[in-house]
Design a binder for this molecule. Structure first.
Ligand SMILES: [Fe+2]
Ligand SMILES: [Fe+2]
Length: 288
């Protein structure tokens, strides 16, 4: 098992499929959950499963360290917020030919739902930029290292992580430094001391960390950490401050998942509002 290298048969783009799968796992109406799971004859589910096989096999502690060294000097590209949004939009998700939603529209639907609820302006801005870290795909990173649920590395993988059985193909599963409950960490050491699997969340946190209030940074950094914000599987690593901040992560999550509006947002009409909002928090040029 240890030497087995799964090969992806995936030809689709996983970005949209992962988000659709999240909606099946965490439907807005929990009563619908069983119904969605009973539909086994679903080719999209097989694609998502293959995706997690790759993700869980290759996201090792060592891999994460390498990616942190490779990307966190933020020297790849300098862009204004809107340039980054337009750059991300060149990422074509061909996983779902039925929806016309592009990346910009997902960002705007999220942020407009936050704005409609009268939330603070930094919360609206966070909704608008929360997935910009997906530009990693455009820097040539494989999708299993950009999207998908995130989880701590350097300690035992929780069984609450989606498709946790695939961790048996991850070398860390057999490594005594990393396969105990706490691994390299101390009990309740705080998530700031914990390395998360590499992806768009961790990356964008580092891009934005000097500019946004702390609750916004938690939302960005942990929005795909479903094993914690939905399943509470890592309380043993969190400290009291994390728990306080995760109330914001939980407040953000429904806007990310359930904000699909009937009419797609008018991108050009909304642009001046978001460009003005960005000037209140972000520099003219952001380093990615
Ligand atoms: Fe995301
Ligand atoms: Fe999102």
């Amino acid at each position: 098992m240890k030497d087995q290298k799964p090969v992806s048969k995936t030809t689709h783009d996983i970005v949209g499929l992962w988000e659709e799968d999240l909606l099946k796992r965490y439907p807005e109406d929990p009563q619908k959950k069983e119904e969605a799971f009973r539909n086994y004859d679903d080719p999209a589910r097989d694609t998502v499963k293959e995706f997690y096989q790759l993700n869980h096999t290759y996201q090792t502690f060592d891999f994460v360290q390498r990616k942190e060294r490779e990307f966190l000097s933020l020297g790849r590209r300098a862009m204004s917020l809107w340039e980054a949004v337009e750059f991300l939009n060149t990422l074509v998700d061909d996983s779902d030919p039925d929806t016309e939603l592009d990346q910009t529209q997902h960002l705007l639907q999220t942020s407009e739902a936050i704005r409609a609820d009268g939330q603070p302006d930094w919360f609206v801005l966070t909704g608008f930029l929360h997935d910009l870290g997906k530009v990693l795909c455009l820097f040539g990173e494989p999708q299993w290292a950009v999207v998908g649920d995130t989880f701590p590395v350097g300690c035992r993988h929780s069984e609450k992580i989606v498709y946790s059985e695939f961790f048996k193909a991850n070398p860390d599963f057999y490594d005594e430094r990393y396969n105990t409950l706490y691994g390299i960490y101390e009990p309740n050491c705080g998530l700031r001391n914990v390395h998360m699997s590499w992806g768009h969340d961790e990356y964008l946190f580092h891009v934005m960390k000097d500019y946004l209030p702390e609750p916004a940074l938690y939302m960005i950094r942990y929005h795909s950490f479903y094993a914690q914000h939905r399943e509470k599987a890592y309380n043993h690593l969190m400290d009291a401050h994390d728990h306080e901040m995760f109330e914001w992560v939980s407040a953000f999550n429904p806007y990310d998942l359930y904000s699909k509006a009937a009419a797609p947002p008018n991108v050009q009409a909304l642009r001046p509002y978001y460009e003005d909002l960005a000037t209140r928090y972000l520099p003219d040029v952001i380093n990615f």
